[in-house]
Design a protein. Structure first.
Length: 81
């Protein structure tokens, strides 16, 4: 799962991502979605992408999970489910 966690998530135009303490809030044309962020995982916005980082190697599975949840939220507010 750690290979999935390392991939940056492109943020399309019209989507805004707010990084809070333990939550991501994603706003787009189809609505607003909130995604929890597991302990030890942080997100950073770099250019037009969102990057997930972990503090320890024991959190590799949560790293991939958090990245997948954030990617699905961005996809959900642009394309819908």
């Amino acid at each position: 799962m750690s290979r999935i966690g390392k991939k940056p998530i492109p943020i399309p135009k019209g989507v805004s991502v707010t990084i809070k303490d333990r939550e991501l809030e994603v706003k787009g044309t189809k609505g607003v979605l909130k995604t929890p962020v597991p302990e030890g995982i942080t997100f950073k916005q770099e250019n037009e992408a969102l990057v997930a980082e972990r503090t320890m190697d024991e959190q590799a599975a949560l790293h991939g999970l958090a990245r997948a949840l954030a990617n699905n939220a961005i996809k959900g507010v642009t394309e819908g489910f």
